[in-house]
Design a protein around this ligand. Structure first.
Ligand code: PEP
Ligand code: MN
Length: 336
Protein backbone atom coordinates (compact mmCIF):
# COMPACT_ATOMS: atom_id res chain seq x y z
CA UNK A 1 0.00 0.00 0.00
CA UNK A 2 1.19 3.49 -0.85
CA UNK A 3 -0.22 6.57 0.87
CA UNK A 4 0.14 9.71 -1.22
CA UNK A 5 0.10 12.94 0.82
CA UNK A 6 -1.12 16.34 -0.36
CA UNK A 7 1.63 18.59 -1.62
CA UNK A 8 1.08 20.91 1.36
CA UNK A 9 1.03 18.14 3.99
CA UNK A 10 3.62 18.90 6.68
CA UNK A 11 5.78 16.91 9.07
CA UNK A 12 2.95 16.65 11.59
CA UNK A 13 0.47 15.09 9.15
CA UNK A 14 3.12 12.68 7.92
CA UNK A 15 4.06 11.68 11.47
CA UNK A 16 0.38 11.09 12.30
CA UNK A 17 -0.02 8.74 9.33
CA UNK A 18 3.18 6.88 10.27
CA UNK A 19 1.80 6.50 13.79
CA UNK A 20 -1.54 5.06 12.63
CA UNK A 21 0.20 2.62 10.28
CA UNK A 22 2.43 1.50 13.17
CA UNK A 23 -0.65 1.00 15.38
CA UNK A 24 -2.07 -1.23 12.67
CA UNK A 25 1.07 -3.39 13.03
CA UNK A 26 2.83 -2.37 9.83
CA UNK A 27 5.92 -0.40 8.99
CA UNK A 28 5.59 3.03 7.35
CA UNK A 29 8.39 4.33 5.15
CA UNK A 30 8.09 8.02 4.14
CA UNK A 31 9.29 8.60 0.57
CA UNK A 32 9.93 12.33 0.08
CA UNK A 33 9.44 13.54 -3.50
CA UNK A 34 9.91 16.88 -5.21
CA UNK A 35 6.14 17.52 -5.32
CA UNK A 36 4.82 15.58 -2.34
CA UNK A 37 5.66 12.86 0.14
CA UNK A 38 4.37 9.34 -0.23
CA UNK A 39 4.37 6.79 2.57
CA UNK A 40 5.05 3.17 1.74
CA UNK A 41 3.46 0.51 3.96
CA UNK A 42 5.46 -2.65 4.51
CA UNK A 43 4.81 -5.85 6.39
CA UNK A 44 1.28 -6.57 5.20
CA UNK A 45 0.72 -10.02 3.72
CA UNK A 46 -2.44 -9.10 1.83
CA UNK A 47 -5.02 -6.39 1.35
CA UNK A 48 -5.10 -3.80 4.12
CA UNK A 49 -8.30 -1.95 5.04
CA UNK A 50 -7.40 1.72 4.58
CA UNK A 51 -10.43 3.07 6.49
CA UNK A 52 -8.28 4.44 9.34
CA UNK A 53 -5.90 6.18 6.93
CA UNK A 54 -7.99 7.55 4.06
CA UNK A 55 -9.51 10.39 6.04
CA UNK A 56 -6.47 11.48 8.05
CA UNK A 57 -5.44 15.13 7.50
CA UNK A 58 -3.06 15.57 4.56
CA UNK A 59 -3.83 12.24 2.89
CA UNK A 60 -4.63 12.65 -0.79
CA UNK A 61 -4.88 9.08 -1.98
CA UNK A 62 -4.28 5.50 -0.90
CA UNK A 63 -2.97 3.19 -3.61
CA UNK A 64 -3.19 -0.55 -3.09
CA UNK A 65 -0.08 -2.09 -4.61
CA UNK A 66 -0.90 -5.55 -5.84
CA UNK A 67 2.57 -6.27 -7.24
CA UNK A 68 4.64 -8.88 -5.39
CA UNK A 69 7.42 -6.36 -5.02
CA UNK A 70 7.52 -3.02 -3.26
CA UNK A 71 11.03 -2.12 -2.13
CA UNK A 72 12.24 -2.73 -5.68
CA UNK A 73 9.55 -0.56 -7.23
CA UNK A 74 9.85 3.03 -8.43
CA UNK A 75 6.69 3.87 -6.48
CA UNK A 76 8.53 3.19 -3.24
CA UNK A 77 11.86 4.71 -4.31
CA UNK A 78 11.51 7.27 -7.10
CA UNK A 79 15.23 8.08 -7.44
CA UNK A 80 17.47 5.63 -9.32
CA UNK A 81 19.71 3.57 -7.06
CA UNK A 82 23.43 3.83 -7.70
CA UNK A 83 25.40 0.68 -6.96
CA UNK A 84 29.08 0.94 -6.09
CA UNK A 85 31.33 -1.92 -7.08
CA UNK A 86 34.88 -1.28 -5.93
CA UNK A 87 35.46 2.23 -7.25
CA UNK A 88 32.92 1.87 -10.07
CA UNK A 89 29.45 3.43 -9.82
CA UNK A 90 26.64 1.77 -11.77
CA UNK A 91 23.21 3.25 -12.50
CA UNK A 92 21.21 6.25 -13.64
CA UNK A 93 23.23 9.10 -15.10
CA UNK A 94 26.51 7.17 -15.01
CA UNK A 95 28.55 6.11 -18.03
CA UNK A 96 27.48 2.53 -18.77
CA UNK A 97 29.97 0.01 -17.42
CA UNK A 98 31.52 -2.96 -19.16
CA UNK A 99 32.23 -6.15 -17.23
CA UNK A 100 34.33 -8.56 -19.26
CA UNK A 101 36.16 -11.83 -18.83
CA UNK A 102 35.90 -15.54 -19.41
CA UNK A 103 32.88 -17.67 -18.69
CA UNK A 104 35.01 -19.62 -16.24
CA UNK A 105 38.35 -19.11 -14.58
CA UNK A 106 40.38 -22.00 -16.03
CA UNK A 107 43.89 -21.28 -14.75
CA UNK A 108 46.34 -18.56 -13.83
CA UNK A 109 47.66 -17.91 -17.32
CA UNK A 110 44.19 -17.71 -18.88
CA UNK A 111 42.68 -15.35 -16.30
CA UNK A 112 45.78 -13.13 -16.08
CA UNK A 113 45.96 -12.72 -19.86
CA UNK A 114 42.26 -11.93 -20.07
CA UNK A 115 42.32 -9.51 -17.14
CA UNK A 116 45.19 -7.48 -18.56
CA UNK A 117 43.70 -7.50 -22.06
CA UNK A 118 40.23 -6.36 -21.01
CA UNK A 119 41.69 -3.70 -18.74
CA UNK A 120 43.89 -2.40 -21.59
CA UNK A 121 40.79 -2.26 -23.80
CA UNK A 122 38.91 -0.20 -21.22
CA UNK A 123 36.74 -2.65 -19.25
CA UNK A 124 35.51 -1.51 -15.83
CA UNK A 125 35.10 -4.91 -14.16
CA UNK A 126 36.54 -8.40 -14.56
CA UNK A 127 34.13 -11.33 -14.70
CA UNK A 128 34.88 -15.05 -14.36
CA UNK A 129 33.06 -18.02 -12.90
CA UNK A 130 34.62 -20.13 -10.18
CA UNK A 131 31.42 -22.01 -9.29
CA UNK A 132 29.82 -22.95 -12.60
CA UNK A 133 26.16 -23.97 -12.94
CA UNK A 134 26.54 -26.43 -15.83
CA UNK A 135 23.69 -28.25 -17.51
CA UNK A 136 25.27 -31.67 -16.98
CA UNK A 137 27.42 -32.91 -14.11
CA UNK A 138 30.15 -34.41 -16.32
CA UNK A 139 31.38 -31.06 -17.66
CA UNK A 140 33.83 -28.60 -16.08
CA UNK A 141 32.26 -27.30 -12.86
CA UNK A 142 34.75 -24.51 -12.13
CA UNK A 143 37.88 -24.23 -9.99
CA UNK A 144 35.83 -23.19 -6.95
CA UNK A 145 37.97 -21.66 -4.19
CA UNK A 146 41.11 -21.76 -6.35
CA UNK A 147 39.16 -19.99 -9.06
CA UNK A 148 38.12 -17.26 -6.65
CA UNK A 149 41.73 -16.81 -5.56
CA UNK A 150 42.99 -16.60 -9.15
CA UNK A 151 40.22 -14.22 -10.18
CA UNK A 152 40.97 -11.93 -7.23
CA UNK A 153 44.67 -12.05 -8.05
CA UNK A 154 44.03 -11.17 -11.71
CA UNK A 155 41.61 -8.40 -10.75
CA UNK A 156 44.20 -6.94 -8.44
CA UNK A 157 46.94 -7.16 -11.06
CA UNK A 158 44.77 -5.44 -13.65
CA UNK A 159 43.21 -2.97 -11.22
CA UNK A 160 39.66 -4.20 -11.84
CA UNK A 161 36.91 -5.09 -9.35
CA UNK A 162 35.66 -8.64 -9.86
CA UNK A 163 32.26 -10.21 -10.40
CA UNK A 164 31.68 -13.93 -9.94
CA UNK A 165 28.78 -16.29 -9.37
CA UNK A 166 27.63 -17.77 -6.10
CA UNK A 167 25.40 -20.82 -6.41
CA UNK A 168 24.56 -21.82 -2.89
CA UNK A 169 23.68 -20.05 0.36
CA UNK A 170 26.50 -21.98 2.05
CA UNK A 171 29.09 -20.31 -0.17
CA UNK A 172 27.93 -16.72 0.16
CA UNK A 173 30.47 -16.00 2.91
CA UNK A 174 33.32 -17.53 0.94
CA UNK A 175 32.49 -15.79 -2.35
CA UNK A 176 31.91 -12.47 -0.56
CA UNK A 177 35.47 -12.67 0.83
CA UNK A 178 36.81 -12.43 -2.72
CA UNK A 179 34.18 -10.84 -4.94
CA UNK A 180 33.36 -7.15 -5.28
CA UNK A 181 30.04 -8.07 -6.93
CA UNK A 182 28.26 -11.40 -6.35
CA UNK A 183 26.37 -12.83 -9.31
CA UNK A 184 23.20 -14.89 -9.06
CA UNK A 185 22.93 -16.94 -12.23
CA UNK A 186 19.78 -17.38 -14.28
CA UNK A 187 19.31 -20.91 -12.93
CA UNK A 188 19.29 -19.62 -9.38
CA UNK A 189 17.07 -16.57 -9.79
CA UNK A 190 14.45 -18.23 -7.63
CA UNK A 191 16.79 -19.89 -5.16
CA UNK A 192 15.08 -18.03 -2.36
CA UNK A 193 17.43 -19.17 0.40
CA UNK A 194 20.35 -17.88 -1.65
CA UNK A 195 18.60 -14.56 -2.27
CA UNK A 196 17.81 -14.15 1.42
CA UNK A 197 21.41 -14.89 2.36
CA UNK A 198 22.62 -12.29 -0.15
CA UNK A 199 20.22 -9.81 1.41
CA UNK A 200 22.18 -10.07 4.65
CA UNK A 201 25.61 -9.19 3.29
CA UNK A 202 27.22 -5.83 2.72
CA UNK A 203 28.27 -6.44 -0.90
CA UNK A 204 26.45 -5.66 -4.16
CA UNK A 205 24.60 -8.39 -6.04
CA UNK A 206 24.10 -8.89 -9.79
CA UNK A 207 20.81 -10.75 -10.22
CA UNK A 208 20.32 -12.43 -13.58
CA UNK A 209 16.86 -12.98 -14.99
CA UNK A 210 15.83 -16.62 -15.02
CA UNK A 211 15.56 -18.06 -18.50
CA UNK A 212 11.80 -18.49 -18.20
CA UNK A 213 11.05 -15.77 -15.69
CA UNK A 214 8.54 -13.01 -16.26
CA UNK A 215 9.56 -9.48 -15.35
CA UNK A 216 7.25 -9.66 -12.34
CA UNK A 217 9.01 -12.81 -11.12
CA UNK A 218 12.40 -11.20 -11.81
CA UNK A 219 11.58 -8.12 -9.74
CA UNK A 220 9.98 -10.25 -7.01
CA UNK A 221 13.26 -12.20 -6.81
CA UNK A 222 15.16 -8.92 -6.35
CA UNK A 223 12.65 -8.04 -3.62
CA UNK A 224 13.91 -11.02 -1.55
CA UNK A 225 17.37 -9.43 -1.42
CA UNK A 226 16.10 -5.94 -0.59
CA UNK A 227 13.67 -7.30 1.99
CA UNK A 228 16.63 -8.58 4.03
CA UNK A 229 18.27 -5.16 3.96
CA UNK A 230 20.62 -5.17 0.98
CA UNK A 231 19.52 -2.68 -1.66
CA UNK A 232 22.75 -2.84 -3.64
CA UNK A 233 21.24 -4.93 -6.44
CA UNK A 234 21.82 -4.74 -10.19
CA UNK A 235 19.37 -6.50 -12.52
CA UNK A 236 20.75 -8.35 -15.54
CA UNK A 237 18.84 -9.53 -18.60
CA UNK A 238 20.60 -12.49 -20.22
CA UNK A 239 18.08 -13.74 -22.75
CA UNK A 240 15.02 -15.90 -22.28
CA UNK A 241 13.82 -19.23 -23.66
CA UNK A 242 11.58 -18.94 -26.69
CA UNK A 243 10.68 -21.24 -29.61
CA UNK A 244 13.73 -19.93 -31.45
CA UNK A 245 16.75 -22.22 -31.55
CA UNK A 246 18.96 -20.27 -33.96
CA UNK A 247 20.20 -18.25 -31.01
CA UNK A 248 20.96 -19.71 -27.58
CA UNK A 249 18.31 -17.48 -26.01
CA UNK A 250 16.21 -14.55 -27.17
CA UNK A 251 17.48 -11.18 -26.00
CA UNK A 252 14.58 -9.26 -24.48
CA UNK A 253 15.89 -5.71 -24.91
CA UNK A 254 12.62 -4.01 -24.07
CA UNK A 255 13.15 -4.93 -20.43
CA UNK A 256 15.79 -2.24 -20.16
CA UNK A 257 13.24 0.56 -20.41
CA UNK A 258 10.54 -1.52 -18.71
CA UNK A 259 12.70 -2.25 -15.67
CA UNK A 260 13.69 1.41 -15.50
CA UNK A 261 10.03 2.36 -15.38
CA UNK A 262 9.08 -0.28 -12.81
CA UNK A 263 12.18 -0.22 -10.65
CA UNK A 264 14.92 2.07 -9.35
CA UNK A 265 17.57 -0.64 -9.63
CA UNK A 266 20.22 -0.46 -12.37
CA UNK A 267 19.84 -2.89 -15.28
CA UNK A 268 22.62 -4.51 -17.28
CA UNK A 269 22.55 -6.72 -20.37
CA UNK A 270 24.53 -9.91 -20.98
CA UNK A 271 24.69 -10.19 -24.79
CA UNK A 272 26.89 -13.31 -24.61
CA UNK A 273 24.44 -15.71 -22.96
CA UNK A 274 21.55 -13.92 -24.67
CA UNK A 275 22.80 -14.85 -28.14
CA UNK A 276 25.30 -17.70 -27.73
CA UNK A 277 27.10 -16.55 -30.89
CA UNK A 278 30.29 -14.49 -31.03
CA UNK A 279 29.27 -12.54 -34.15
CA UNK A 280 26.05 -11.35 -32.50
CA UNK A 281 27.70 -10.07 -29.32
CA UNK A 282 29.09 -6.72 -30.58
CA UNK A 283 25.86 -5.57 -32.28
CA UNK A 284 23.73 -6.60 -29.29
CA UNK A 285 26.18 -4.93 -26.87
CA UNK A 286 25.75 -1.68 -28.75
CA UNK A 287 21.99 -2.13 -29.01
CA UNK A 288 21.85 -2.61 -25.24
CA UNK A 289 23.67 0.66 -24.66
CA UNK A 290 21.45 2.53 -27.10
CA UNK A 291 18.42 1.06 -25.32
CA UNK A 292 19.73 2.64 -22.12
CA UNK A 293 21.32 -0.27 -20.24
CA UNK A 294 23.51 0.77 -17.33
CA UNK A 295 26.14 -1.72 -18.39
CA UNK A 296 26.96 -4.92 -20.22
CA UNK A 297 28.52 -8.23 -19.19
CA UNK A 298 30.60 -9.75 -21.99
CA UNK A 299 32.46 -13.06 -22.19
CA UNK A 300 36.05 -12.78 -23.43
CA UNK A 301 38.61 -15.58 -23.76
CA UNK A 302 42.17 -15.42 -25.11
CA UNK A 303 41.60 -18.71 -26.98
CA UNK A 304 37.85 -19.27 -27.29
CA UNK A 305 38.33 -22.48 -29.30
CA UNK A 306 40.02 -24.02 -26.24
CA UNK A 307 37.57 -22.63 -23.66
CA UNK A 308 36.17 -25.15 -21.17
CA UNK A 309 32.78 -23.45 -21.36
CA UNK A 310 30.97 -21.01 -23.67
CA UNK A 311 33.78 -20.71 -26.24
CA UNK A 312 31.38 -20.10 -29.19
CA UNK A 313 29.97 -16.96 -27.58
CA UNK A 314 33.27 -15.62 -26.22
CA UNK A 315 34.98 -12.70 -27.93
CA UNK A 316 38.72 -12.92 -28.46
CA UNK A 317 40.77 -10.24 -26.68
CA UNK A 318 41.21 -8.53 -30.07
CA UNK A 319 37.49 -8.72 -30.80
CA UNK A 320 36.76 -7.19 -27.41
CA UNK A 321 39.24 -4.34 -27.98
CA UNK A 322 37.50 -3.56 -31.27
CA UNK A 323 34.09 -3.56 -29.56
CA UNK A 324 35.41 -1.21 -26.87
CA UNK A 325 36.56 1.25 -29.52
CA UNK A 326 33.09 1.26 -31.01
CA UNK A 327 31.54 1.62 -27.55
CA UNK A 328 33.80 4.62 -26.92
CA UNK A 329 32.35 6.35 -29.99
CA UNK A 330 28.84 5.34 -29.04
CA UNK A 331 29.29 6.70 -25.53
CA UNK A 332 30.33 10.10 -26.78
CA UNK A 333 27.30 10.10 -29.07
CA UNK A 334 25.12 9.20 -26.07
CA UNK A 335 26.69 12.02 -24.06
CA UNK A 336 28.99 10.06 -21.73
C1 PEP B 1 27.53 -16.90 -16.63
O1 PEP B 1 27.47 -15.67 -16.50
O2 PEP B 1 28.58 -17.50 -16.90
C2 PEP B 1 26.29 -17.70 -16.57
C3 PEP B 1 26.32 -18.97 -16.22
O3 PEP B 1 25.22 -17.00 -16.91
P1 PEP B 1 23.64 -17.35 -16.82
O4 PEP B 1 23.37 -17.63 -15.39
O5 PEP B 1 23.01 -16.12 -17.34
O6 PEP B 1 23.42 -18.54 -17.71
MN1 MN C 1 29.05 -18.49 -19.60
Amino acid sequence: MLIVMNHNAGEREIAAVVEVVAQMGFQAVPIPGSERTAIGVLGNRGYVDDGKIRDLPGVQEVIHVSKPYKLVSRDFHPAGTLVKVGGVTIGEGQRPVVAAGPCAVEGEDQIMKTALAVKAAGADLLRGGAFKPRTGPHTFQGLKKDGLRLLAMAGKAAGLPIVTEVMSPDNVGLVAEYADLLQVGARNMQNFDLLRELGRIDKPVLLKRGMSATIEEFLAAAEYILAEGNSQVILCERGIRTFETATRNTLDLAVVQLCKELSHLPIMIDPSHATGKRSLVPPMSKAALVAGAHGILVEVHPEPEKALSDGPQSLTCEGFAKLMEEIGKLNSFLGY
